[in-house]
Design a protein around this ligand. Structure first.
Ligand code: NAP
Length: 315
């Protein structure tokens, strides 16, 4: 039987991509959507629409909840969903601090439900290949990493510019290169921060965060996240035995398009996929007792710890 998903929120991402991803996913149905405006919920074409998020959690037919709300609302709705006995897939950043992440995963463990951060890039076959190359030793000892996710179009009124709603470029886009870094270095338990530069807006959020981290010796990772820099999504990883580079400047958001990866002096090709759909399919399969890959809790906690450290370092 298909997993019946309940969606909290019907904003940009749900309309742009994730409602369709659930509709298209094998083993999943978009059973319920809730939005403050029920017409926006209905527009996602669920079997049932609600005007309250709590109504989704009260609905016994909902197996799993997908939280796609402003970042400050993640933790309370994760906690409420787990208390209602639902599996939870929550948009990135899962929560705002490592302490919150640890608390949320402990709650999920105790309740016997899955809690997963929906950092969709991690499900993309090209990213899975990058991580495989990095962690299998094929690149040798990794010494150098460059990851950027920057763009230059943020509209006034967007929650991303509000400190009260968990806004800021580090939470919004900086965590993509951090997730890839952490996935490629599973044995590194913490990074030393060499430099952090944060440009703050009048609203009180970082519109740019750039940082350099090290994990010993001459190792260096540079990451950038920004709302006010030219569009860039680069990813290069260099090791003692080789280098991989995403060549299309879409390292983290390749969507319904073919993609390529330069590995040393040859290019690997990846067919068109919808990584959001893969994410819903794999989680639905696991919930049904089958096989599927999920982003490990430990990776979400390590990213949250690194975000904490970057925020603290620059405070
Ligand atoms: N994985 C990805 O590719 C990706 C891409 C973009 C965003 N995201 C993540 O997805 C989440 C939503 O992003 P989005 O771009 O869809 O944002 P958005 O269009 O601004 O939607 C935010 C949602 O939050 C809800 N909300 C509740 N209270 C709110 C308040 N006081 N102010 C603003 N919104 C409020 C709204 O729900 P109602 O519908 O009930 O009004 C709205 O639909 C964020 O966590 C973001 O980081 C992920």
């Amino acid at each position: 039987m298909s997993v019946r998903w309940g969606v909290l929120g019907a904003g940009w991402l749900v309309n742009q991509a994730t409602a369709a991803a659930i509709h298209n996913a094998d083993g999943a149905v978009l059973y319920a959507t809730a939005a403050r405006d029920i017409d926006r919920a209905r527009a996602t074409q669920p079997q049932i629409a609600y005007d309250s998020y709590a109504a989704v959690l009260d609905d016994p037919h909902v197996d799993a909840v997908y939280i796609c709300l402003s970042n400050d609302a993640h933790l309370p709705w994760i906690e409420a969903s787990i208390a209602a006995g639902k599996h939870v897939l929550c948009e990135k950043p899962l929560v705002l601090t490592a302490e919150q992440a640890e608390r949320a995963f402990a709650l999920a463990d105790n309740a016997g439900v899955h809690l997963v951060e929906a950092t969709w890039s991690r499900w993309h076959p090209r990213m899975r290949r990058i991580v495989e190359l990095a962690t299998s030793g094929a690149l040798g000892e990794i010494s150098n990493y460059l990851g950027t996710f920057t763009f230059d179009s943020m509209t006034e009124g967007n929650y991303r510019l509000s400190p009260d709603h968990g806004g800021g470029a580090l939470y919004d886009v900086g965590i993509y290169p951090l997730h890839a870094l952490i996935a490629c270095l599973p044995d590194v338990t913490s990074f030393d921060i060499m430099q952090v530069d944060r440009v703050m807006s009048d609203h009180g959020v970082d519109v740019t965060t750039t940082a350099t981290l090290t994990w010993g010796g001459d190792s260096r990772a540079s990451i950038a996240g920004s709302f006010v820099m030219p569009e860039s999504q680069r990813l290069t990883i260099r090791g003692s035995a080789g280098e991989v580079t995403v060549t299309d400047n879409q390292a983290f958001t390749t969507w319904r398009a073919a993609s390529t990866l330069r590995v040393g002096d040859h290019v690997e090709e990846f067919p068109t996929v919808d990584a959001y759909q893969i994410m819903f399919e794999e989680m639905s399969a696991l919930i049904r007792g089958g096989d599927g890959w999920l982003l490990p809790p430990q990776d979400s906690i390590r990213v949250a710890q690194t975000v904490d450290a970057l925020r603290l370092h620059s405070a």
